[in-house]
Ligand binder design. Sequence first.
Ligand code: SDX
Length: 421
Amino acid sequence: MSDSVKLTYQNKTFEFPIVEGSENEKGIDIKTLRAQTGLITFDPGFKNTGSCNSGITFLNGEEGILRYRGYSIEELCEKASFIEVAFLLIFGELPTEKELALFNNEIREDSLVDEDLKSILKSFPKAAHPMGVLSSLTSGLIAFNPNSVDVESEAEMREAIIMLIAKFPILASWTHRKVKGLPLNYANTALSYVENVAHMMFKLPHQDFKPSPVLVGALNKLLILHADHEQNCSTSTVRIVGSSQAGLFASVSAGVSALWGPLHGGANQAVIEMLESIQADGGDTKKYMAKAKDKNDPFRLMGFGHRVYKNFDPRARIIKKAADEVLQELGINDPVLEIAKSLEQEALRDPYFIDRKLYPNVDFYSGIIYRALGIPTEMFTVMFALGRLPGWIAQWLEMRKNNEPIGRPRQIYTGKQNRSI
Ligand code: SDX
């Protein structure tokens, strides 16, 4: 006998079934709520609302657990490459050696971008934020791939997936080269996917460039840790845009824009800017802790807090350890790392943060590694998007294959009642 809940309203009792997931998560199935009761639910920010069933990523915010298709991120960071994790998220299983070789070859063969896309890039001023450029270039890919992908066609779907995975890092690197006024690079098919991210961003025309193992190892880990995170803001954006049967490229372009916001993926850039301002202010962390707690001050401690993690963010733990390792291996002593660590220590002892269960999230330490690797601050969120791409693709594909209805929430109207001019 499956569980249910009863709702009493205006002396009538209504019953709604409980749905349960494979990790014992439970939800009230309210698909018939309005038809039965005339009521809707009200949940700004969807803090208590599940939008879908999904078999891709499981996270437990209380216990700090994050798994992709059942594998823990800790194990994947140690044993898998980013492109293997991308395959896992999209196709559901880790690739065999043969499947991986084919996947890599298809990506290499598709690692060119129509030269006309460069005219979109040229139309931006150098000062344009790379995330805005990336969103536009991703949209631009639609022009070269106009069909709204037929999700029932395995071949069409695979072609679109390969095209996006192959071309997205090229476009991402071009946003950096544009800011620096450097010639645009293409992938080098002798290199791995992650090596090519570094190659395309940093290879200068007059110098040889061999990505360092420290850079490649750290990037591999960072991209894996950002690869998916269930129904976060940008992934929900990708799903809801795709639910209108807009194409994969258009949906991912919208996801890039959603990720840009400083409350979401843009936080990694905001964290470094915050740490640098604290450093410029003499390292006065107590002043900024007070600002973060002051309701009259819009300042928030960037990189702290999370909608789901009400304990530690497991990704932050891995990235914090990697930050120490990378800075040690590169012989860098970055004062903002010390400021970050003292902020974390103070927050972990402060009742305001403890009561609200505010802990460092994925963005708190990632910028410190990116900075150590020579990635400019304005590119941090682009790196987040590079990692999140396979998650967006996997979630979009799942939504379309489940033939989910178009996303269209209701509202409580609070405006003027009927009136005449
Ligand atoms: C990402 O969802 C995902 O999975 C996202 C992500 C992913 O992988 O896709 O994990 C990536 O976006 C990580 C989050 C990056 N953002 C930041 O670091 C920005 C700073 N953090 C916050 O703005 C905030 O914590 C959010 C946006 C992350 C979560 O906000 P919620 O869940 O809507 O919580 P809230 O804003 O309602 O805050 C609850 C309370 C409030 O105080 P009270 O009104 O209860 O007194 O906590 C306070 C908030 O003022 N609060 C903070 C704070 N975050 C929350 N106070 C100071 N500093 C902060 N950072």
